[in-house]
Design a protein around this ligand. Structure first.
Ligand SMILES: [Fe+2]
Length: 295
């Protein structure tokens, strides 16, 4: 185990377009360590942190967006049925391979982490006095990284199970298919499994601005289309809540901003008996043009 080994690994990745793309399919430290091991490099998470400060890592940082986008006043999200997006057939084909349930996840332990007060906090607008009181109170999560914010399973934290290799291969093919559609680099930003009664509490992602695309799917249709999982956001600059019910095979686009007065507060709740998966991507600002050109 060494920082040198990790730095050398990052150098090798930087020189190899195939490995660079593989890296764009990964979001977890455990995944990076595993990829290094597969290629003969031994390092741990502390080595990775140290190596991240070197020039070898700087080469792997994605470039800033290539062009400014045209702001569309009043629009904060877009949704499409996956079947309707031109060029997305190969992406749709990968969904069954991405929707895994690692056997290293203990769902009974997961259920014990559920907190009704945390769930209830998703009903109050972040700008409301009620929410601010709760967040400043003694029963709120300790800070933005408190595990209570994430009552879900981050699939990329699980690399030691039999389905991982097939899952990683599907992620790689998905990046390749999306880069073909968008004509630019695309990166996974998070691969989440929301079992029944799961949630992600209010947050802004303000440290990672830009457009996101989420591909969302389920283990089966909802029995009642009025009782579904949902994505909720606070309209930037207001205290108005927008709640988007969901359905299988959905793509959602939204933009993360950094202006303090116009942050994109959002949360996700799956209060149903269905299993929900969401795969997030950083997409180029020009994504609308890319889709328009294919229509
Ligand atoms: Fe988010």
């Amino acid at each position: 185990m060494s920082v040198e080994s990790c730095t050398e690994f990052l150098r090798v990745v930087g020189d190899d377009p195939g490995l660079r793309r593989q890296l764009r399919a990964m979001t977890g430290v455990a995944e990076m360590i595993r990829l290094g091991r597969v290629h003969g490099f031994a390092f741990d998470d502390r080595d990775l942190v140290a190596a991240a400060a070197t020039d070898a890592a700087a080469r792997l940082v994605p470039p800033p967006p290539r062009r400014a986008e045209r702001p569309v006043p009043g629009f904060h999200h877009y949704e499409f049925a996956l079947e309707e997006i031109p060029g997305f057939a190969p992406v749709l084909d990968e969904l069954p391979h991405l929707k895994i349930r690692p056997d290293t996840v203990d769902l009974d332990a997961f259920d014990r982490e559920f907190r009704d007060d945390d769930l209830r906090s998703t009903s109050a607008a972040p700008a409301s006095a009620e929410f601010r009181r709760w967040r400043a109170g003694p029963d709120a999560p300790a800070g933005p990284n408190d595990a209570r914010h994430f009552h879900l399973v981050n699939l990329d934290d699980h690399v030691d199970h039999p389905a991982y290799d097939g899952y990683l291969a599907a992620k790689n093919r998905t990046v390749a298919a999306l880069e073909k559609v968008f004509g630019d680099e695309v990166r996974f930003s998070g691969s989440m499994w929301y079992p029944p009664s799961s949630y992600r509490l209010w947050h802004t992602n303000e440290t990672q601005p830009g457009w996101r695309m989420y591909l969302i799917d389920f283990d089966a249709e909802f029995d009642d289309p009025a009782e579904t999982s949902f994505f909720r956001y606070q309209r930037p600059g207001t205290s108005e809540l927008v709640t988007l019910g969901e359905r299988p095979r959905l793509a959602r686009f939204f933009k993360i901003g950094q202006e303090p007065e116009r942050l994109f507060w959002h949360c996700i709740v799956n209060p149903t008996r269905r299993h929900r998966w969401s795969f997030g991507f950083v997409v180029p600002d020009s994504w609308t043009d890319a889709l328009e050109a294919r229509r």
